[in-house]
Design a binder for this molecule. Structure first.
Ligand SMILES: Cc1cc2nc3c(=O)[nH]c(=O)nc-3n(C[C@H](O)[C@H](O)[C@H](O)COP(=O)(O)OP(=O)(O)OC[C@H]3O[C@@H](n4cnc5c(N)ncnc54)[C@H](O)[C@@H]3O)c2cc1C
Length: 337
């Protein structure tokens, strides 16, 4: 896989008025080795992770296995699975529910998952056109009360151009209508401001939720990733937050396993990651969405002018970028005892 696609500029646009703020991610070169956005589609990431896990001698990978039930007795977790060979059981000292937003582990463990679902659908379209020619950088957010959009250049090793455009859609319109190619083309023309036919590579719809579990640990059951928290995709916090959970939890659980610390440290994992999920990720992802779809023209102008001012000031831009890249959320978590 050829890597190293660099996307240094992060752009905010108004659909009608044009670009109002640009942020150079290179400003973060002194705080991260990766001062750029790299949009690696999930199938590539999964294959990188699979290769890495396959090389680990103490990892057993099993496909086609469904976790059906979890019981805990304070000392261990009893797991019941089904697969084509029939059901089987296993007893483990801890179970980490990293089984997505509909997590069976979370439900079986009696966790709550409070929050809300946005009323609108999101429509996501991949196009194989060079959107740089229309003035888009590889990370662009387009604000508009009705036709806002997230425009991202994706990594693809088969072609030079693959861009993802995520937009809102009416929940009362059937998917067949929303995803009709002529309908998709019209939506793209309106959102991207270009009178042309796009080369459609993929289109789909999905619903978006904002939810966080009441705790990320209960006895022998831990939660991580979407099983623990879920948010709208504006800002790209979802998967990244799950990765932050993983490296926070892995070290703590290893210390417990090696008897280097007590189980209390797992409560700290929950405090750290849950606080960040609630106070930073939920708030920022909701704020991002509201910024993009704001209807009041005065508030829109004020928001745009504020961001424009920030983009002109090096230190304020750095603070903004550390927030949007979640670097500050990792620092915030470290401060929580
Ligand atoms: C359209 C869309 C766009 C997104 N864009 C971004 C983005 O740009 N940036 C970003 O950071 N995030 C993004 N996200 C969010 C991101 O996809 C998720 O946050 C991420 O995939 C969560 O990873 P996870 O491993 O926690 O859960 P999942 O990816 O849902 O993985 C859970 C796994 O558990 C398995 N599983 C579930 N139940 C069981 C069971 N009972 N037994 C056995 N296995 C089970 C599933 O098969 C799956 O393999 C986007 C999400 C969507 C829907």
């Amino acid at each position: 896989m050829k890597m190293g696609l660099r996307i240094p500029v992060w752009q905010m646009r108004d659909r009608i008025a044009g670009v109002y703020a640009e942020f150079d991610l290179g400003l973060l070169a002194d705080v991260t080795d990766f001062p750029f956005r790299f949009h690696l589609p999930q199938h590539y990431l999964s294959s990188v992770l699979l290769d890495e896990l396959s090389r680990q001698p103490n990892v057993e990978l099993r496909f086609g296995v469904t976790l059906e039930a979890v019981r805990t007795n304070g000392e261990a977790a009893h797991l019941t699975f089904s697969c084509s060979d029939g059901p089987f059981e296993t007893v483990v000292p801890w179970v980490i529910g990293a089984d997505g937003a509909r997590s069976n582990v979370r439900k079986a463990g009696g966790f709550t998952y409070d929050g809300f679902t946005w009323p609108e659908k999101f429509i996501v379209v991949n196009v194989a056109d060079p959107l740089e020619e229309l003035g888009y950088t590889g990370t662009a957010y387009v604000s508009d009360p009705d036709a806002w959009a997230v425009v991202l250049k994706l990594y693809d090793d088969a072609r030079d151009n693959l861009w993802r455009v995520a937009m809102p859609a009416d929940p009362d319109v059937a998917d067949d209508t929303l995803l009709d190619p002529a309908e998709v083309q019209a939506r793209l023309r309106a959102v991207l401001g270009a009178d042309r036919e796009f080369s459609l590579a993929y289109s789909g719809t999905y619903r978006v939720h904002q939810r966080v579990a009441d705790t990320f640990v209960k006895g022998r059951v831990l939660l991580a990733g979407d099983a623990a928290h879920i948010n709208n995709p504006i800002g790209g916090f979802g998967l990244n937050g799950g990765i932050h959970d993983a490296f926070n939890l892995a070290h703590k659980l290893a210390d417990v396993w090696l008897n280097e610390t007590g189980q209390d440290v797992l409560e700290r994992y929950s405090r750290q990651r849950r606080t960040v999920a609630k106070e930073i990720v939920q708030q920022n992802s909701i704020r991002n969405k509201k910024l993009m779809e704001e209807r009041d023209p005065d508030v829109r102008r004020r928001n745009q002018s504020d961001l424009h001012e920030i983009s002109l000031d090096r230190e304020r831009s750095r603070a903004f970028l550390q927030e949007s890249s979640m670097i500050s959320s990792i620092r915030r978590a470290e401060q929580i005892l």
